[in-house]
Design a protein around this ligand. Structure first.
Ligand code: PLP
Length: 396
């Protein structure tokens, strides 16, 4: 018998698993090129050539005992953390040192580490719908309670009035994700300033520390020169979780980092707790080889023009067909209004045309669907006639 907690988690994850299996099943019947699988955020852009070269160089030049060994600190190699800190200071005018950086097993590992470090059972974690559905599981891992702020479907910027109402003495953390999965929205500087003001006010009112966790795997994926504010500059109790999964197309390598600034309340203990959490959650340390790759490729960038071309083509194509959607400013997702209230029925209808998309309910926002456009350009182009048939079915 598995645990009660896992019973629920297994039951709830069946929709995503079913979609994954459905994609494989359809590909076997119709051929992969005739299946338009927009269900996963798995980048289709290869990692930069320099990543491959860095791996080759490291394998041939580094001492294998070090390269494949445990790191001497659970937080990661000092030189790697120092290099990450310096890059952030250069880019964002911050003043981080190596000690403020904890290398993590992707953003997912980082979120689990920081929530493990912060949450007592019953502590509340606020998220803004629509949000990455795994936040619910990660919070549940540490017996926290997820509190949702309902979506503003006009702009998909967070609803700050409702946010303020939902902060209680038990609020321990707030997770924001900008550029956002699933909407592609970037929270504006005004939004961040207003959010910080609400947090300051509520901290003072309750005499608590409320941590703002900025989950930023899509930071580098912002289009048309849009600025993504660096949140530590607006609110002292900010923790940043970064990942190379999308920025360097390395999702399978499981590498990222947390930033715990000195300004954050109880930062020394929090840094120590993140170190221990990395160990006791069973990560032990972020992958050693990938830490060194990150240092060697610090200034590398993914080919954002690839995603931008997909974004323009799919967004314009779907708008022309009569679908409603705001234009994403970042990440690689479109969040499209379902033509019927029951978006799961719409996803089922799309499947008849071999189009696989994810219901908004998975992101706490029913009535919408997520289309991940991190796929081959041909998939976008070839899917449009199928979307046209789908639109016709709904008389758009
Ligand atoms: N956070 C968000 C918003 C994501 O979309 C994802 C992955 O898609 C993650 C975290 C996890 O990313 P990682 O591969 O870095 O663990």
């Amino acid at each position: 018998m598995i645990s009660k907690k896992m019973e629920n988690m297994v039951a709830n994850s069946s929709a995503i698993r079913a979609m994954f299996e459905e994609g494989n099943r359809l590909a076997k019947i119709y051929g992969a090129e005739n299946v338009y699988d927009f269900s996963l955020g798995n980048p289709n852009v290869p990692a930069p050539e320099s990543v491959k070269q860095a791996i080759i160089d490291l394998l041939s030049e580094e001492d294998p005992v070090v390269l494949h060994g445990y790191t001497n600190s659970n937080a990661g190699y000092e030189d790697v953390r120092q290099a990450v800190a310096e890059l952030l200071n250069e880019r964002f005018g911050t003043a981080f040192a190596a000690k403020n950086i904890t290398m993590t097993v992707g953003a997912a590992g980082g979120l689990n580490v920081i929530l493990k470090a912060l949450l007592n059972p019953g502590d509340e974690v606020i998220v803004f719908a629509p949000y990455f559905g795994e936040y619910r599981s990660y919070t549940n891992n540490y017996d926290g309670v997820l509190v949702e702020v309902s979506p503003n479907t006009e702009t998909f910027q967070p609803k700050l009035d409702e946010f303020e109402e939902k902060i209680t003495p038990k609020t321990r953390a707030v997770i924001v994700n900008t550029p956002n999965n699933p909407t592609g929205v970037v929270y504006s500087e005004e939004t961040i300033q207003a959010m910080a003001a609400v947090l300051e006010k509520k901290q003072a009112e309750y005499g608590t520390d409320i941590y703002l966790i900025s989950d930023e795997p899509y930071r580098e994926l912002a289009y048309d020169g849009v600025e993504v504010p660096y949140l530590t500059k607006y609110y002292a109790n900010t923790i940043v979780g970064y990942s190379y999964s999308k920025s360097l197309s390395l999702p399978g390598e499981r590498i990222g980092y947390l930033v715990i600034p000195d300004e954050a309340a109880d930062s020394e203990n929090l840094i120590a707790a993140a170190n221990v959490a990395t160990r006791i959650l069973g990560f032990v340390n972020a992958p050693t080889l990938q830490q060194k790759v990150v240092k060697a490729c610090l200034n590398e960038k993914t080919d954002i023009s690839f995603y931008n071309k997909n974004r323009e083509t799919l967004y314009n194509g779907l708008k022309e067909l009569g679908f409603e959607c705001i234009k994403p400013e970042g990440a690689f997702y479109l969040f499209v209004k379902s033509p019927v209230a029951d978006e799961k029925a719409f996803c089922a209808a799309a499947k008849k045309y071999n189009i696989l998309i994810v219901p908004g309910t998975s992101f706490g926002c029913p009535g919408y669907v997520r289309i991940a456009y991190c796929v081959a350009y041909e998939t976008i182009v070839n899917s449009l006639p199928k979307f046209k048939e789908l639109a016709a079915e709904y008389q758009l």
